[in-house]
Write a protein that binds this ligand. Structure first.
Ligand code: 2RA
Length: 334
């Protein structure tokens, strides 16, 4: 059992769900601490019926904690987490900063648990859009080796933080009442619109979000030969990312074999009955820790191709749940 768990970024959108999960799942630890930016320090919060005062993040604050779970902006993770590792704690990081660094484990517990157990320093949790896709790819890769993936995402505003969803709600109200609204998170109106840019411009006309899907996938599946072509789009949905995924495998996988592979993989749930209008939709996946798959069908343009639709709560399995599952894995193997 961990003796002293520090949750960093405890008052943010993901931090709030992390607290809820640690409580609901009865995470085994003697003591918890909740830490956030100096701006939120002093805030009172309730955890397991006990009141806690949020502490300020400093480089010295990790002393005494043997597990640190952090959800902060990248620059904060870059500045502070090396001090957490130096203090001797196991460190799980939700930010994007450490994921692709040499020697940092990037982990989805259902996919590559051993990487977390072998990790010497920071254990990073992947980007939300990558997590749900890699959950779906793993059983296909194990059965028939994934060679190429073409993915388009339909990403919720909550992925851009609390202000992203505020922009969706307030922008929609303004649009409906014919008023102007100044968007603070998005470059364009998100109400009644979609925006084909998530993240910053990178090489060859791709965005940072799209390249995360390429490089993080290869790292977690341990296969640098997998080709991934991603297009990431922000849509006016508050929560849950959706993805269309087309996979080319070394040998053909039929839709019925794919369904069996998905159904027997932990953390995946198949909802696939087109005749009766049943497939995963964000409004029904919101609040779940699972990754949902539907519309499983042959890619009629390629003999070894398979297409499907994938939806998951980006704040839960895409962020908080995955981090807490890594913590549970470490706790079981202490
Ligand atoms: C987004 N994937 O949805 C990002 C958040 N990490 O913007």
């Amino acid at each position: 059992m961990f003796q002293n768990v520090a949750v960093i970024g405890a008052t943010g959108a993901v931090g709030r769900i992390m607290r809820q999960l640690l409580e609901e799942r009865n995470f085994p630890a003697k003591k918890f601490r909740f830490i956030a930016s100096p701006r939120s320090a002093g805030t009172k919060l309730t955890f397991k019926n006990q009141e806690y005062t949020v502490e300020a993040l400093t480089r010295e604050c990790f002393a005494g904690s043997d597990l640190v779970i952090a959800s902060t902006p990248d620059d904060v993770a870059a500045d502070y987490l090396p001090a957490a590792v130096e203090s001797g704690a196991k460190v799980i990081d939700e930010s994007g900063y450490w994921r692709m660094k040499e020697g940092v484990a990037l982990v989805i517990p259902e996919v590559n648990p051993q990487d977390a157990l072998n990790a010497k320093g920071i254990i990073a949790s992947p980007n939300c859009s990558t997590t749900q896709m890699v959950m779906a790819l793993k059983p296909l890769h194990d059965a028939a080796k994934v060679k190429r993936v073409i993915v388009s995402t339909y990403q919720a505003t909550s992925g851009a933080g609390v202000q992203g969803t505020a922009d969706l709600i307030d922008g929609t109200k303004a649009y409906l009442s014919g008023k102007d609204y100044k968007y603070t998170t998005f470059k364009h109106p998100i109400a009644f619109n979609c925006i084909p840019q998530i993240g910053s411009e990178k090489e060859d006309g791709y965005t940072s979000e799209e390249l995360k899907m390429v490089y993080e996938t290869r790292k977690m599946l341990g296969d640098e030969s997998i080709q991934v072509n991603a297009t990431c789009v922000r849509i006016p949905v508050a929560n849950c990312h959706s993805e269309t995924i087309t996979v080319e495998t070394e040998r053909p996988i039929s839709p019925s074999e794919a369904r069996e592979l998905f159904e027997s993989f932990p953390g995946l749930k198949v909802v696939d009955d087109l005749k009766n209008g049943k497939y995963p939709i964000p409004s029904e996946c919101d609040g779940s820790d699972l990754v949902f798959i539907g519309r499983i069908r042959k890619d009629i343009s390629h003999p070894n191709g398979l297409s499907f639709w994938c939806v998951s709560d980006n704040l839960r399995k895409g962020a908080a749940t995955n981090a807490v599952q890594i913590a549970e894995l470490l706790a079981k193997n202490l």
